[in-house]
Design a protein around this ligand. Sequence first.
Ligand code: FDA
Length: 393
Amino acid sequence: MVTARYDAIVLGAGAAGLMCAGIAGQRGRRVLLVDHADRPGKKILISGGGRCNFTNLGTAPDRYLSANPHFARSALGRYTAADFLALVERYRIAWHEKTLGQLFCDGSAKQIVDMLWAECPDMWVKLTLGQAVRDVAVTDGGFEVTVGSERVAAERLVIATGGPSIPKMGATDLAFRLAKQFRLKLVEPRPALVPMTLGEDQALFRSLSGVAAEIVAAAGRARFREAALFTHRGLSGPAILQASSYWRHGEQIGIDFLPDAPGDDLLLEAKAARPRATVRSVLAQKLPDRLAGALDEQLALDGELANLPDKRLRAATQRLRDWRFTPTGTEGYAKAEVTAGGVSTDELSQKTMEARTVPGLHIIGEAVDVTGWLGGYNFQWAWASGWAAGQAI
Ligand code: FDA
């Protein structure tokens, strides 16, 4: 038996769900916001090392992966990074730009969660925590949802339960199960922004655990110049996480260890300028010592540069600029910052995020096949898609 009726039920009180509930509540819609966690916005709380990289000034559709690269344009264009920043400033939350347009709180990510919750008017938005969503059904008047032991109903249902990345934070694949229930197409979900693993044979990297360097990581045509971190299992750091989103099993990753060198002549130029130098000493001027040593070992060019043929020096520089290897895999959902793929954008209106074949059903945030780069882009998508649905429900 239905115990309460709302205008909308929002499943998931994460980034997108909180934004959506707030906007709908401000429009005088009665909203039930449901989460199985014991508090809202848990991923926001741990994001950006506890300071939440809440948006990126460079937000643009080309910073997102999706089977339809144009889909995100509408929501991102209507609710921009500047809009979210204006909200942050309205709440007097101090912030700073770290690098590459990434905006962080000076204080704590909790300020963002508190702000989003303060944006949900008490009178209109009810929050139910610690309750599992048991069952969702379509009815004549909309939807019925069993939450814990209660059966609630609404004209509109919003799925904002994110993707399965970091299950220990309470992430589940509920959005994808519901999408299947509603016969909505999924783009195969996969872990993204995730460390990559290497095999025993990839000794160069495995010997470097703990070393970090600024490099360019390339996967297909995507290239990212940021730090890479060598770990005991493989490779991590922003450049690698970014590349991982574009990588598919069996494909190669390329690393440019000399991102500042203008061409392929670094070692040749060094030979002309300092003929008594060694490959190792030249590399040590550009790279952390252990990395220089490991690369030197692999290149196996012993002795002074003066005694090494130009052809071999040019080939070695080329190799350093495009060091290719095939990761064995990734660290999976346990370590993935986001889930790529998800509910196909073909199924949704880009204006309202409503499912074309299920009137009244909206899907927002990470559950949708729109995945941002590292650096605040994923929250901006959560805010923008949540805002778009919040205007429509
Ligand atoms: P989100 O995951 O935020 O919310 C989903 C909600 O649904 C959760 O509250 C969850 O408890 C709930 N839920 C799930 N299953 C449920 C079920 N079966 N029943 C009921 N409730 C359920 N992005 C960025 O832009 N800047 C950053 O700094 C970071 N940092 C960062 C750090 C770490 C460690 C991670 C894991 C991720 C990030 N991200 C990030 C990514 C960002 O957190 C992510 O893209 C957004 O939180 C996605 O917002 P959603 O609202 O879609 O999902």
